[in-house]
Design a protein around this ligand. Structure first.
Ligand SMILES: [Fe+2]
Ligand SMILES: [Fe+2]
Length: 246
């Protein structure tokens, strides 16, 4: 790993660790049925809308639908301006995200004791803020900041890692199995994203700008995670974490 890649990961790492801590506390609770439903509704939503900083999805069922439509349209450019390996990569990535949706939706159905209906997947307010913040960077026309956003997906997979360790009852086992699938897919993404982002660094200022953006988004990720998991960290604790990692 290059120094730049390591520096970008280091900017996010304390916040990824906080996401892991929030996750551990939630499951140690133990969570009530209602807590599980609260978390899983938003988790299912996030898998259906997996693109970093996605725009409005009007006219589509969700972000994944929008993304697949865009990928399918690329057939028109095959053997022309469309790189078939890029397209294959995009199809694979979105198929993985679709599988993440499937496995979490199945756990949510198990908890609810009924089939899901449209609208069961629900976005929480801190996730709205997170997406808007990322969109600002994705649309910034600054290649460094765009590349940096790759490092803000998944929070180092720390929630998936923690939840994949659950055991005990049938619900814990089901959720752990789902989370293991997601964790296996996501666990190496941050290193790849860091390597890609490091290639965009030309100057010290580039690196500093990218670290600032990663830090800001990572803080908002902690807030998103905290809301998903019923505020396991107090506001004082979150503020303390921010101050401790300038
Ligand atoms: Fe993902
Ligand atoms: Fe995913």
């Amino acid at each position: 790993m290059t120094d730049h890649a390591a520096a970008l990961i280091a900017a996010a790492k304390p916040f990824w660790d906080a996401e892991a801590e929030i996750t551990r506390r939630f499951f140690a609770g133990p969570p009530s049925r209602d807590d599980y439903i609260h978390y899983l509704r938003s988790a299912v939503y996030k898998e259906l809308n997996p693109v970093i900083g996605y725009g409005p999805t009007d006219g589509f069922a969700n972000g994944l639908h929008m993304e697949f439509c865009e990928i399918v349209e690329r057939f028109r450019g095959l053997d022309g301006e469309v790189d078939r390996r890029d397209m294959l990569g995009a199809l694979r990535m979105m198929t993985e995200e679709f599988e993440h949706y499937v496995v979490l939706a199945e756990v949510l159905e198990f908890v609810l004791g009924r089939k899901l209906a449209p609208g069961d997947a629900k976005q929480l307010p801190e996730d709205v803020k997170l997406n808007e913040m990322r969109r600002g960077y994705v649309e910034s026309d600054d290649p460094c900041l765009v590349a940096a956003m790759g490092l803000t997906e998944g929070g180092g997979a720390s929630t998936f890692r923690e939840a994949s360790k659950l055991s005990g009852g049938p619900l814990e086992e089901k959720l752990a199995a789902a989370m293991k699938i997601i964790h296996d897919d996501e666990k190496d993404h941050y290193e790849d994203a860091a390597a890609d982002a490091a290639k965009a660094v030309r100057t010290d200022d580039d690196l500093a700008r990218m670290k600032r953006a990663i830090r800001e988004v990572s803080i908002q990720r902690v807030r998103m995670r905290n809301e998903q998991f019923r505020f396991q960290m107090s506001e004082d604790e979150v503020e303390g974490l921010i101050t401790a990692n300038p």
